[in-house]
Design a protein around this ligand. Structure first.
Ligand code: 3HC
Ligand code: NAI
Length: 689
């Protein structure tokens, strides 16, 4: 008995209960008493069956991630599972909440698994840059077949109880008090008398799939791995389950796990796991949150429509307000169309679509916003328009309603000052498409009340967003850091690089796409309008826009998209345009290497990140990483720009920033004092770990 593992008896059935809040991770202080309890129950003649269950909100959510990278303390999970498999009496895992990673692997060591109808089960290790290291890749295929195991392990996505039952992963689903059902189930099994075959010995499904079919499926998945080692290792390990004897496959799995857990990619992904959770913490745990039931969204354009959908998807009633009936109808029709696409893709049922559309109310009258608890403004990016909208909101919104702006760049303090209630004003910076992208930058203005901030942070998770609190500055964290990258990408073109070459360096780095493909996808006109508003220019992009070439939507941009294709093809006219403009500026083209592209586009981003930390715009370096991974597609295997800076080496980065600063005189290359200080004191390790 320990504080973390207890044993009770119900007739001849022993119930081992793990109680390690919040998620019953398999920490050393759980493993040790768990092993002892199982050994003694195995040998007790009065015990006819054993149930493993968990207290609290969930079954075991996996190994204790905080223990990775440290020496393993015995007994490890594999030893416990191996011991479980020596027990002749029936063993039953009773699963409620989530059985994930090592939690599911422990359950796979039992003869039987039963689950609550709401439970989910999965092996999400791949999301931490790992593969299941407790025999999951070798046992799961024996229960659900190699192809299903491959898809579950490589995607890392958990499945529900009904699917798990159909796949053969679990033996029964129950509603209501699970432990009692598990005891009954176990006692019934004990009554049958056995012998009970451990999962390791159930080879029947392994040779039902031929290797060629498996390899084809694995190759398809590998294409999506984008430089990540873990998905490939997962597939290899499931393949081993088919081709090697059990014990050998298990050893091979262990070796692959050891390699991954010690590698930078897994370190990066574990860093992001904790960074995301840390970012969602705001001071004042006990602050009473404001109640949010009805949400208003002003502007039903690109962003407003997506924002409204994000709230409806989270179950909120939404009033959408537009300037004119025509714009309103257009916006609502777009929402309708987006849901219809989800239905046609099979990701939304017709019923759910109807239910969600039923949550919307359209209006052109501000008075209709009077019953909203939160109103998010997504109108044109012009201070005068924003101020007018906030002035009108001030007049109609009920006392205590939260007034949010989705501005990308504008000063939220100034917007707040146009109301009589700046304490209720906050920035909610969504990313496009707002119903899909996970990131939400929450902009805390000077006067934003603590309970407003806490309410919005909590709300973000209810609409499946990842919140990061940031301060007021031009472009906040993400767009501010993006600026130098845009300027340098254009400069590199004039000096001799092509859009394809630069984009290729980005995709080789692990980004889903490079800056020019991204610009074409988002619409070059957006950046153009922004530059014009700020009196800035970008020689090549501006010329394309003046010619009416906005990217994918017009079929031409930095690339060609012929006959509605979404695949970018090189655009000879752009290459000629670049040469002409370079000649006009007297720049002789030269060969530019991948290193230079990285140094000039990514290093200034890190430099800007350091300035953002110096100014307190972001509270932690890890918050910046979350912004970049969740909002801009920074490769997860590199952990975000600040974590990657640690891998790349601060001394190297500073040296090259100095070099480019000297050579170009551009301010954004000048190393931030914090960066130098961190390099000198070695403090970066702490910041970016
Ligand atoms: N180890 C250590 N801490 C963990 C943990 C784990 N496996 N899982 C969650 N936590 C911590 C979180 O860091 C958080 O801590 P905090 O409150 O101090 O910030 C707390 O538990 C609650 O977590 P969430 O905020 O994520 O709670 P939710 O209710 O939103 O989600 C969950 C619960 C779905 C279980 C989610 O936490 C999760 O997905 N956890 C990770 C699951 C996972 O990846 N398991 C595999 C681990 S690797 C493994 O098992 C290797 C094996 O094969 C050998
Ligand atoms: P958009 O031009 O697609 O939509 C703006 C909508 O606001 C239009 O439908 C317009 O009719 C409506 N509108 C204008 N004035 C109004 C008023 N007074 N009352 C009611 N409706 C009004 O613009 P988009 O792209 O949706 O941008 C909106 C805001 O979101 C801007 O502040 C922008 O900076 C920000 N943003 C944009 C992102 C993007 O990728 N497009 C990303 C993140 C933020």
């Amino acid at each position: 008995m320990s504080n973390f593992v207890s044993v009770t008896r119900d007739g001849g059935v022993a119930v081992v209960t793990i109680d390690n809040p919040p998620v019953n991770a398999l920490s050393f202080h759980v493993r040790e008493p768990l092993m002892q309890a199982l050994v003694s129950l195995r040998d007790e003649p009065d015990v006819s069956a054993i149930v493993i269950a968990c207290a609290g909100r969930t079954f075991i959510a996996g190994a204790d991630i905080t223990e990775f990278g440290k020496p393993v303390q015995q007994p490890d999970l594999r030893a416990i599972i191996a011991m479980l498999e020596t027990i002749a009496k029936p063993t039953v895992a009773a699963i409620h909440g989530t059985a994930l990673g090592g939690g599911l692997e422990l359950a796979l060591g039992c003869h039987f698994r039963i689950a609550d109808s709401q439970a989910t089960l999965g092996l999400p290790e791949v999301k931490l840059g790992l593969l299941p290291g407790g025999g999951g890749t070798v046992r799961l295929p024996r229960l659900v077949g190699p192809l299903k195991a491959l898809s579950m392990i490589v995607s890392g996505t958990p499945i529900g109880a009904a699917e798990a039952l159909a796949a053969g992963l679990i033996d029964a689903v129950f509603d209501g008090a699970l432990t009692g059902q598990a005891v009954r189930f176990a006692s019934e099994m004990a009554g049958k008398g056995g012998p009970f075959t451990p999962v390791r010995d159930r080879d029947g499904r392994l040779d039902k799939v031929d290797l060629a079919a498996f390899d084809k499926a694995a190759a398809e998945l590998a294409k999506k791995a984008r430089g990540l080692a873990a998905p490939i290792a997962c597939a290899q390990s499931v393949r081993n389950a088919m081709t090697l004897p059990f014990e050998e496959a298990l050893v091979a799995e262990r070796e692959l796990f050891a390699k991954l857990v010690a590698g930078d990619q897994s370190r990066a992904q574990r860093h992001l796991f904790f960074a995301e959770r840390e970012a969602a913490k705001v001071a004042g745990k006990d602050i009473v949150r404001r109640k949010i039931a009805r949400v208003g969204v002003i502007g039903a354009g690109t962003m407003g429509g997506g924002i409204a959908m994000a709230f409806a998807n989270g179950g909120f009633s939404v009033t959408v307000l537009e300037a004119t009936q025509e714009a309103l109808q257009r916006g609502l029709a777009m929402i309708d169309k987006n849901y219809a696409v989800s239905v046609s893709r099979g990701s939304l049922s017709e019923d759910n679509k109807r239910q969600r559309l039923g949550l919307f109310k359209g209006s052109t009258a501000y008075d209709d916003l009077a019953d909203c608890d939160l109103i998010v403004e997504a109108v044109f990016e012009e201070m005068a328009v924003k101020k007018e909208v906030f002035g009108r909101l001030d007049a109609v919104a009920k006392p205590g309603a939260i007034l949010a702006t989705n501005t990308s760049y504008l000063d939220v303090n100034e917007i707040a000052a146009s109301t009589s209630r700046p304490q209720d004003v906050v920035g909610m910076h969504f990313f496009s498409p707002a119903n899909v992208m996970k990131l939400l930058e929450i902009v805390r203005a000077e006067k934003t009340a603590p309970d407003v901030l806490a309410t919005i942070v909590e709300l973000a998770r209810r609409i499946a967003k990842v919140p990061v609190v940031v301060g007021v500055c031009h472009g906040f964290v993400g767009n501010r850091m993006l600026a130098a990258r845009g300027t340098e990408s254009e400069a590199l073109l004039l000096e001799g690089a092509t859009p394809q070459q630069i984009d290729r360096v980005f995709t080789d780095f692990g980004w889903p796409m490079g800056p020019f493909q991204m610009g074409d996808l988002a619409g070059l006109d957006t950046g153009w309008r922004n530059r014009k508003a700020r009196g800035q220019t970008a020689m090549i992009a501006d010329t394309l826009c003046k010619q009416g070439h906005f990217g994918q939507k017009t079929g031409r941009g930095f690339y060609l998209y012929e006959n509605g294709s979404r695949t970018p093809a090189p655009n000879p006219e752009v290459e000629a345009l670049i040469r002409d403009k370079a000649a006009e500026k007297g720049i002789a083209p030269r060969a530019i290497g991948a290193d230079e592209i990285i140094e000039r586009t990514l290093y200034p981003m890190i430099n800007e990140g350091a300035k953002i930390l110096e100014e307190g715009i972001a509270a932690r370096a890890s918050d910046i990483d979350v912004v970049w991974v969740k909002g801009y597609g920074f490769p997860v295997g590199k952990g975000g720009p600040m974590f990657w800076a640690g891998l790349e080496g601060l001394d190297k980065i500073i040296g090259r920033l100095d070099h480019w600063h000297e050579r170009t005189g551009k301010d954004f290359f000048k190393p931030a004092p914090l960066l130098r200080q961190m390099a000198e004191t070695g403090a970066w390790e702490g910041v970016a770990s």
